[in-house]
Design a protein around this ligand. Structure first.
Ligand code: NIG
Ligand code: FE
Length: 394
């Protein structure tokens, strides 16, 4: 096992409150960190850093935990930039374009799908992402969803079955028939390949009762629930997510006081996806109200070809700061520790002792540069621990 010491870190964010300034960011200035191939072994003042097999000079730059992007739809083929342009000219987003991506994904060869997914994964990684959740949901057939989850498994253990994205065109006149497929043959085939089950529970997709039935069926097959909630309307999906003890309810574009009360009394994370509000010209959710009520907030890219073709967590942070009244530190925490909580992981999203050695060295002395220099290459280097399959906790 090789050890590495990173010296001359101007600002080290650990997200471990027992370290440094004892804030939730666990911040140390003039710091150093020692890792091996797998985990964080030591953090402390630069002046007292121990020697290691290898040494890296951070040269006065900031170091942060690797981003945990807890919501993506990376497996798809094709693109829908024409819809984006139409929305910028005033057309409303209603999820109807999902069917176009279903068509192009079904038609794509596995090699083409893998190539596109690899490219997007590489963009996320270059931007500091070290843990990524990947959903299926753009084939909506038993074989197709299996194919997409198998591909997702090549990139992550955080795989999510989203067979209940929308009712596919061939079942448009028989939604009960599709729900029967979802909860029987498709679930049986997909459950061994996924950790999570997700449902797009919203206007034009699946109802509250349908979503409850699908997620309960999935839970009975060993999948843990999460939910696309309140992206398009006040649907009641947030209450459902809490009722089912979902790890996370995602989007939360539309929030009322009751939603916030329910979330604040729960262990369910509110995952905000400001790339989607940006790309659909929707109102941004009130992160401030959630945070002030004590709700755990995560930020993620929602990378998908329709509502948010975003592969930069720094851009998400910039949006959260500029458009959702989050401080840079709140947005950084939500993109790292918050994302980890949204995936119910305690080994990532922080750099406390024993954490996975997943971190990013920035080009800039403070993490604030992530929001301060939008569109710039603020992440200089991404480090991801090398784990064998059995070492990865799921
Ligand atoms: O998270 N809302 C549902 N699913 C995706 C968008 C899908 C699409 O438009 O292709 C989302 O925004
Ligand atoms: Fe999504």
């Amino acid at each position: 096992m090789t050890t590495l010491v990173i010296r001359n870190i101007a600002e080290l964010t650990t997200n471990d409150p027992s370290i440094g300034d004892e804030s939730s960011l666990g911040r140390l200035r003039d710091a150093a960190m020692v890792v091996d191939d797998q985990q964080v072994l030591w953090v402390g003042p630069n002046a007292t850093a121990p020697d290691a097999d290898e040494s890296l000079d951070a040269n006065g730059c900031a170091v942060i935990p690797g981003f945990v992007d807890s919501h993506t739809h990376l497996v798809f083929a094709g693109e829908r930039s024409d819809e984006f342009e139409a929305r910028m000219a005033g057309v409303h987003y209603d999820g109807g374009g999902i069917a176009r991506t279903v068509d192009s994904t079904r038609a794509a060869s596995i090699d083409d799908l893998r190539e596109g997914t690899t490219k997007r994964f590489a963009e996320l990684t270059a931007g500091g992402v070290t843990t990524v959740e990947i959903k299926s949901g753009y084939e909506l057939t038993v074989e197709g969803e299996v194919r997409d989850l198998r591909l997702a498994e090549e990139f992550t253990t955080e795989t999510t079955w989203l067979g209940a994205h929308v009712v596919p065109p061939e079942y448009r006149k028989d939604r009960e028939g599709y729900i029967e497929v979802l909860t029987s043959s498709m679930l049986d085939a997909c459950a061994p390949l996924a950790k999570w089950a997700d449902v797009f529970c919203d206007r034009g997709a699946f109802s509250i009762d349908e979503a409850r039935f699908i997620l309960e069926s999935a839970r009975a097959k060993g999948l843990a629930p999460r939910l696309h909630a309140n992206q398009l309307a006040h649907s009641g999906a947030i209450a459902l997510g809490v009722e089912l003890d979902c790890a996370s309810v995602d989007h939360c574009t539309y929030l009322d006081d009751r939603d916030i009360d329910i979330l604040s009394a729960s262990a369910t994370v509110a995952t905000l996806l400001p790339g989607a509000e940006f790309s659909t010209r929707s109102p941004f959710p009130s992160a401030r109200r959630l945070l002030d009520a004590g709700v755990t907030v995560a930020l993620a890219t929602d990378c998908n070809p329709g509502s948010s073709y975003v592969t930069s967590m720094a851009f998400v942070i910039a949006l959260a700061v500029r458009e959702m009244a989050m401080s840079v530190d709140e947005a950084l925490w939500a993109s790292t520790k918050g994302g980890a909580l949204a995936l119910r992981r305690d080994d990532v999203g922080h750099l406390g002792l024993g954490a996975r050695a997943d971190f990013a060295v920035l080009d800039g002395s403070r993490a604030a540069h992530l929001a301060y220099r939008p569109g710039g290459n603020v992440v200089a280097q991404t480090f991801r621990a090398t784990f064998t399959a059995t070492d990865v906790s799921t």
